[in-house]
Design a protein around this ligand. Sequence first.
Ligand code: SAH
Ligand code: SF4
Ligand code: F3S
Length: 440
Amino acid sequence: MKKVYIETMGCQMNKSDTERMFGMLSNFGYSETTEPKTADLLMVNTCSIRQLSEDKAFSLIGLWGKWKKQKPNLKIGFCGCVAQQKANEIFKRAPYVDFVLGTHKIYSLPEIIKKVNAGEKVCECEETNKTEDKKASEFHINRVKSVNAWIPITEGCNNFCTYCIVPYTRGRERSRAPETILKEVKDALNAGFKEVTLLGQNVDSYGKDFKDKKYRLADLLKDVNAIEGKFRIRFVTSYPTDITDELIQTVLELDKVCEYFHIPMQSGDSDVLKAMNRRYNREQYFGIANKIRKMIPDVTITSDFIAGFPGETEEQFQHTLSAMEELCLDYSNTAAYSPREKTVAARWTDKFIDEKTKHERLARLNEQNRKCCLASNKKFVGKTMEVLIENFESHKGKNVITGRTRNNKIVHIPYDKDLTGEFVNAKITGCKTWYLNGEI
Ligand code: SAH
Ligand code: SF4
Ligand code: F3S
């Protein structure tokens, strides 16, 4: 049996692709290893959302290239979003790479491996505007052992926000067939998973490209909810103005769908939002977030923000801080703006914010985020909440089980038995910035 190691960078979409690649490779006599040094095949599944993530991928394969000098039979694969974007260029920069595999044709991996083992160099970065549902059904998925399974429902994005590279690395938006999704959900549940997260760059767009039927996210949620058994359903990521009243109502009504929305706002300033090509302004985002809060008790809303977008003034930045605060957002991912090749905003070099200011703004954003998280956590102290246990740890003689509430809060509970995969009702006794404390 040969050994394969895959290093996964970036978002859940990449994590999901990696699980599929492991599945395909296991058909071809490769077993998974967590020790890169012992592998016969090394692969990196790259992310290009920011320059830093791209740089990390190149420095990693640089190291692997050195190992290859001692181990000439070692094969190296460069996959994912940076691969899709740079294709053949990768070989120029890293001649020791054996194959480059973009995001569109991951199901070509078995063919690629055959060729690579015969001594060929392969680059498969062709774009497609179709889903690969049929191919997906031919292979099993080696899911990471956990309680939550990631299930992609759409691939790609049509939004072209001016800072974002995803439409270039993942292509146009395509919805996977409901039958494929429902089968993957059922397989995951049969394998013991207790939660499924439906995944897409913009899940509310699900089904917009079906010509023969009207079947949207709310319909899919109803069909997944109808599957028997005790499990949870989540969906990410939502685009603010695409969240319909029907969707909110559906989340409220379906027992398995959790009270949780991830709705990136990106900036709290309407002019910056316009420059970002986001299709909403500050007031509209507030309107949607407040409506969700009003309709769904105990709902949490998390977000993403970018600090230092080209041209962002101090006053505009303060609008982002105040939005976070006024909306009492439960958690936010934050990042300093990073110019990306091909994107519109990357051309506005005369408006770039200097690194120092950008990072100083990011630090203030993080400080506000910490305050919001703590305030959000405090709201739940004293309540009894359902927790799905994900982990058991013994540390310095203390045993702790950790899990998540329906609204995605992390809870630590002192307990002596490993209850991973079980649902418990916990009384929330206290909290810190990033988690709740509970007891059962
Ligand atoms: N589809 C999701 C986000 C996908 S990318 C959405 O529409 O919100 C994940 C996050 O990375 C984005 O929400 C954004 O906050 C951040 N991001 C994207 N491009 C970036 C860039 N060039 N610089 C800094 N952060 C970026
Ligand atoms: Fe990127 Fe915008 Fe698409 Fe999200 S919606 S993936 S931020 S282009
Ligand atoms: Fe995801 Fe990074 Fe690609 S965030 S879609 S892996 S650019």
